[in-house]
Design a protein around this ligand. Structure first.
Ligand code: KG4
Ligand code: ZN
Length: 339
């Protein structure tokens, strides 16, 4: 099945085409709205929706050209149904509905976090089931046991802020441009992580929950007492504390489930320190670690096209377009059928 995938849940317009028979990505187009939102220091929902409308048809045309196919060759369309900004989600959903009707092909709304979780399947190095996924994005921090395709158990999640949010808010206090996560990571490369110390939240308690609001406050107080020359060292110590916390909890999840494979997905999965530390530890401790390439960790259409292809090929399709601002990954079918 040749499937068009569209992502528009936040500030990236992503369009991709995946060929299920060949198991191959035929096209991948991405337009980031970062420049648009940067002056406001965060995503402005109305501006995001309007910009998705402006860019989406152009990206679809570009993807069709990149794949070397005609629009009529498409056999299904997948779009992100939630979680996300409702107005932004609406753009891909209505576009998919219109194009689906015009081409007389099935459409399917998919879960954004499941798409992140499955993005690793676009890589040559794929994990075998079961595996534990560390899902780390701007809105979520979760550990999920993946027993099989579509069979997910939420092992633990953040009780307050997501880890990406902790990166972004601390970067903002340092005056770094939006989105702060990658900027803070860049600054940390030049810093000495041993000059400052940040707590590893929730590590002294059993369980797989996270909490990042306290460490963010500690960062604020530290930055207030420092000068700009100290920022790289603060960034390095802060990043190390976050990465260390994510890693310790992931190791705990592997131990508890008995799984030998760990997958990291979502925007924070692009963090170089997290990737290199996990690679080092996997050799030391004898587990396997898998990541999507960095451009498929952050929001993109490829993961939507892949997941859509898997589900459409199994006969699933959406009859109507009802969006979900919140859609927990362990309630895929219950919530989807009710709303
Ligand atoms: O998955 P994503 O693109 O969008 C959501 O679904 O939220 O994740 C975006 C988050 C932002 O908080 C961003 O700052 C963070 O991922 N991020 C990073 C890095 N690249 C993106 N955080 C730390 N280091 C990075 N290299
Ligand atoms: Zn995302």
């Amino acid at each position: 099945m040749i499937v068009l995938g569209i992502e528009s849940s936040c500030d990236e317009t992503g369009v991709a085409i995946y060929d299920g028979a060949e198991q191959k990505l035929l096209a991948h187009q991405l337009y980031s709205q970062i420049a648009l939102h940067a002056q406001y220091g965060g995503v402005v929902p109305e501006l995001a929706s309007r910009d998705h409308i402006r860019k989406l048809p152009l990206l679809v045309n570009a993807a069709i050209e990149e794949a070397g196919i005609n629009l009529q060759d498409l056999e299904g369309i997948a779009f992100t149904r939630g979680p996300g900004l409702i107005g932004a989600l609406m753009v891909a959903a209505t576009y998919a509905q219109g194009l689906g009707l015009a081409l007389d092909i099935p459409i399917l709304g998919v879960n954004h976090m499941e798409a992140h979780l499955m993005a690793v399947m676009l890589e040559e190095q794929k994990p075998e089931y079961p595996f534990v996924t560390l899902l780390v994005s701007g809105g979520h921090t979760q550990l999920v046991l993946v027993r099989d395709f579509g069979n997910y158990e939420l092992l633990g999640e953040s009780l307050d802020d997501a880890v990406g949010e902790a990166f972004d808010k601390t970067a903002k206090i340092m005056g770094l441009p939006y989105p702060g996560g990658p900027e803070l990571a860049k600054l940390a490369e030049a810093g000495d992580p041993s000059r400052y110390h940040f707590p590893r939240p929730m590590l002294n308690r059993p369980g797989l929950e996270f909490s990042f609001s306290g460490i963010k406050t500690k960062a604020l107080l530290t930055i207030e007492e420092a000068t700009e020359a100290d920022y790289p060292d603060i960034a390095a110590a802060f990043q190390e504390a976050l990465v260390d916390t994510l890693i310790q909890k992931s190791l705990r999840a592997l131990k508890r489930t008995g799984a030998k494979n760990l997958v990291v997905s979502g925007g924070v999965g692009a963090n170089k320190h997290l990737r290199s530390e996990l690679k080092r530890l996997s050799e030391e401790k004898g587990f396997q670690v898998y990541f999507p390439r960095s451009e498929f960790c952050t929001d993109n259409g490829a993961m939507v096209a892949y997941l859509g292809c898997e589900r459409l090929s199994r006969g699933e399709q959406s009859e109507s377009v009802k969006l979900l601002a919140r859609w927990p990954i362990d309630q895929l079918t219950e919530r989807a059928s009710k709303e």
